[in-house]
Design a protein around this ligand. Structure first.
Ligand SMILES: *[C@@H]1O[C@H](CO)[C@@H](O)[C@H](O)[C@H]1NC(C)=O
Ligand SMILES: *[C@@H]1O[C@H](CO)[C@@H](O)[C@H](O)[C@H]1NC(C)=O
Length: 314
């Protein structure tokens, strides 16, 4: 990603954050197990913002989502076909043509994040992992939703694979507690999410994203949140390389600093390796902050070799 696009991401991020703050969130509706935006109860919250509930597909632990032709096939851990989701009309037959106009971070409530873009697509990211501890609950709960996650995106940012720690409610469910789910978002319109698993403050987590294979540009990636997802990782088969790594705080319905946990959240033991089985030494992480909120990310150890440390300061 060029510096100019990082700057434009930052500029549009600020706008997105302001509008995310302005959203009035109502309680659970009669049919939706999730918060919906007042103005349109058919919308539910995802880590890519408020989206049509019909586009959020619950998939079981261990599921695989495969782009086949223009469709997406959902299979269970034994390979049995569960669902075929028709993809964007008029998309390239490989479903590699995406229509989302701006990257996901710019469209949604990303508050602050560390960002690393692979400079060499011939050496794809093979592994990206980070350890973190489930924080204390936010100091005040006013139905806000907080997401914390490592993620991999294609460099154009139009899709995302992420093991997500969530406080509050989303299209996956949830409430006044911490919970974990794996998400795959494609083209701003297709959301696949595994069952939420409740976790407790103080519990250690490891978010893991791995490239399993690259067969002629058809990539298999998995994501899991150890040890919560022992029941199975989420796997995707996609026609795009995921070359952009982030460590992200995303939030909706926040009012002030008390909407977050007190103190800091630290991503430890950050490991990023390419298919060469080595960790790049350059570039370093860059940081995108929403100055207005006063929430910042700092890079304590820029290393990608399993010793990296990135801190979110509330
Ligand atoms: C949170 O949601 C509940 C359930 O809809 C509602 O009763 C309560 O007033 C909401 N709280 C705030 C602070 O918005
Ligand atoms: C990218 O990686 C390939 C494979 O190791 C290497 O041959 C090439 O020189 C690298 N390109 C750059 C710009 O570093």
């Amino acid at each position: 990603m060029l510096l100019s696009s990082i700057v434009s991401t930052l500029v549009s991020l600020t706008g997105a954050v302001l509008s995310a703050h302005a959203l009035a969130v109502s309680g659970p509706g009669p049919t939706l197990p999730v918060q919906a935006r007042d103005s349109d109860p058919s919308l539910v919250l995802t880590p890519a913002g408020y989206k049509s509930a019909g586009n959020v597909h619950q998939v079981p632990h261990g599921a695989t989502v495969s782009h086949i032709g223009t469709d997406m096939h959902v299979t269970d851990k034994n390979g049995a076909l569960l669902k075929i989701v028709p993809g964007p009309v008029g998309a390239d037959a490989r479903a590699a043509t995406r229509t989302t106009s701006s990257p996901i971070p710019a469209q949604t409530g990303w508050i602050t994040y560390a960002s690393w873009v692979n400079p060499n697509a011939t050496l794809p990211i093979k592994t990206f992992s980070a350890d973190f501890v489930v924080p204390e609950p936010p100091q005040v709960y006013t139905n806000q939703t907080v997401f914390l996650f490592p993620a991999l995106l294609p460099v154009d940012g139009t899709s995302i694979l992420q093991p997500v720690l969530q406080y509050g409610s989303s299209g996956a469910g949830g409430g006044e507690y911490w919970s974990v789910a794996m998400w795959y978002v494609f083209d701003g319109d297709y959301y696949y999410v595994t069952p939420l698993v409740q976790v407790s403050s103080g519990q250690s987590l490891q978010g893991i994203l791995s490239m399993v294979s690259d067969v002629g540009g058809y990539y298999t990636y998995t994501t899991s949140m150890s040890p919560v997802t022992a029941a199975g990782a989420l796997t995707v088969n996609i026609w795009v390389q995921l070359g952009w790594a982030t460590l992200t705080l995303e939030a909706y319905g926040v009012t002030d600093a008390k909407s977050y946990s007190a103190g800091t959240t630290t991503f430890n033991n950050i490991l990023l390796q390419t298919t060469a089985e080595t960790s790049p030494t350059a570039p370093s992480w860059s940081v995108i902050n929403d100055e207005e909120d006063g929430i910042t990310t700092t890079i304590d150890q820029a290393a990608l070799n399993g010793k990296g440390v990135v801190v979110i300061n509330y």
